[in-house]
Write a protein that binds this ligand. Structure first.
Ligand SMILES: NC(=O)C1=CN([C@@H]2O[C@H](COP(=O)(O)OP(=O)(O)OC[C@H]3O[C@@H](n4cnc5c(N)ncnc54)[C@H](O)[C@@H]3O)[C@@H](O)[C@H]2O)C=CC1
Ligand SMILES: N[C@@H](CC=O)C(=O)O
Ligand code: NA
Length: 437
């Protein structure tokens, strides 16, 4: 506990898109923050790589020696560098020394969260990370605190702003993938290496954090089944549109009850077709939205800006106020709670439903041959649509939407169908979510 009124000393690691906004908010809201915390916040240093580039922050605060800054006088370390190293070592040593840590670094938490939580527990330090998932949206605090008395069964949502920005633009205007990604980077949504967004690593890290908090189980990034949006084509989006659906990159975390009564968790990130009438379908641009289903609470939805400097800094500042209040009042925030220790179910066993668009020969028996493949794999068909292809003689489009089946069975079915001589091309294959199949 600090004496009320004594400044809370804060060190900032990294001053890029998010860090710059953290400095601005600290400066602009200094008086309000003091009143809310019960003590002033004093920024004692900012670790950067190239000080000459940061002309908008006080030069005397800048240092290139992040380790010395962490080891110095600061009570709270705010980390917005990103990536695993050097953030991992810096935060572990800060926590070991009992300094509170606020971080937006989902990649680090999803990979080495266990190590950070252990260091925090050993010294009794606070570790807060609201900005790490869904930017400005208050989501982790509700999961860690408000819903701590309930039993969460499912979390599903859009948790990557960059890919949602790209998919929204592809769907609305048919604009190209590359140009939209450039725009998302320019607007400060994308990671330093945007392949982390496009290939689903960022969303997978967030899914690991969400599953860990929701199911009281340590889920790491490597436990998450992951597919990005690089393979989503204009023809996938057109195929979805034809049946009143749109394409979104979803993170889905589920508590699964096996036939023998044992529980496991399934955690996945992949593009999916969802009905245009679904609430997630109207989440566009860099906005995020997450559904949380809990046994007693029912269905909750969290919506708002998921990326960008100012929105993310808002979540960082909220955490900073929380840890500063804990310091002033002498309390501590929630610890990691991984007591349930549930196993992670392999993707192949997870129940999903597929949309499959095929270009086929327009001849008798085609439907029977395709249907036989589904039957052979124990996959039940929910809907079929067949039409002749304009301008192509003896060619037809066949669209099949399945009922739920183990993902492995669906994948094997598609492989077999692709090998049928009457199938000219598998034009689109994508999982379908957000409806009863
Ligand atoms: N930009 C966004 O919309 C969001 C970002 N985040 C997370 O926030 C963190 C920061 O993201 P951004 O600000 O967008 O990244 P950024 O790349 O704009 O900023 C990171 C800054 O850290 C600096 N840096 C790198 N290594 C350093 C070192 N050893 N010492 C001192 N500074 C160093 C870089 O030069 C850069 O200025 C990341 O973990 C990111 O995943 C979380 C939510 C949203
Ligand atoms: N790159 C991320 C930033 C926020 O977490 C995204 O696009 O969502
Ligand atoms: Na958040």
């Amino acid at each position: 506990m600090t004496n009320s009124g004594e400044p809370i000393k804060v060190a900032l690691l990294g001053c890029g898109t998010v860090g710059t906004e953290v400095v601005r908010l600290l400066r602009e809201q200094a008086d309000d923050l003091t009143a809310r915390i019960g003590a002033p916040v004093e920024l004692v240093g900012i670790a950067v790589r190239r000080p000459h580039k940061h002309t908008d922050v006080p030069a005397e605060l800048l240092t290139t020696d992040a380790a010395a800054l962490v080891a110095g006088e600061a009570d709270v370390i705010v980390e917005v560098i990103g990536g695993i190293d050097p953030a991992r070592g810096l935060l572990t040593s800060a926590l070991r020394e009992g300094k509170a840590v606020v971080t937006a670094n989902k990649a680090l938490l999803a990979e080495h969260g266990g190590e950070l939580f252990a260091a925090a527990d050993a010294s009794g330090a606070d570790l807060y990370f609201e900005a790490a998932v869904a930017g400005a949206i208050p989501l982790l605090r509700p999961l860690r605190e408000s819903l701590a008395g309930d039993r969460i069964t499912r979390v599903m949502g859009i948790v990557n702003g960059t890919t949602n920005y790209i998919l929204s633009a592809m769907d609305a205007t048919g604009s190209g993938y590359g140009e939209t990604l450039e725009e998302a980077s320019r607007l400060g949504y994308a990671e330093a290496d945007p392949t982390a967004d496009v290939d689903g690593f960022d969303a997978a890290a967030k899914a690991a954090i969400l599953a860990s908090l929701s199911f009281h189980t340590r889920v790491t990034a490597s436990d998450v089944y992951r597919e990005g949006i690089a393979s989503v084509t204009a023809s996938d989006i057109a195929a979805a549109s034809l049946l009143g659906r749109t394409v979104k990159l979803l993170a889905i975390c589920e508590r699964v009850l096996g036939e023998d009564g044992t529980e496991s968790v399934s955690v996945r990130v992949h593009p999916a077709m969802i009905p245009r009438t679904h609430q997630l379908a109207s989440v566009n641009g860099a906005f995020n939205a997450v559904y949380v289903e809990a046994e007693a609470a029912g269905q909750l939805m969290f919506y708002g800006p998921g990326a960008g400097g100012a929105p993310t800094a808002s979540a960082v500042l909220g955490d900073l106020v929380a840890v500063a209040r804990n310091k002033v009042l002498g309390g501590r925030g929630p610890r990691e709670s991984a007591y349930a220790d549930l196993p992670v179910r392999p993707m192949g066993e997870t129940l999903t439903a597929y949309h499959i668009s095929l270009d086929v020969d327009d001849q008798p028996g085609v439907l029977t041959q395709v249907a036989a493949m589904f039957a052979e794999h124990g996959v039940s068909i929910a809907a079929v649509r067949q039409e002749g292809r304009e301008g192509e003689s003896k060619a037809a489009s066949l669209v099949v939407v399945t009922h739920m089946a183990p993902d492995e069975a669906l994948r094997s079915t598609v492989d077999k169908i692709a090998g049928l001589p009457i199938v000219r091309e598998v034009a689109a294959v994508m999982r379908v979510e957000g409806e009863q199949l």
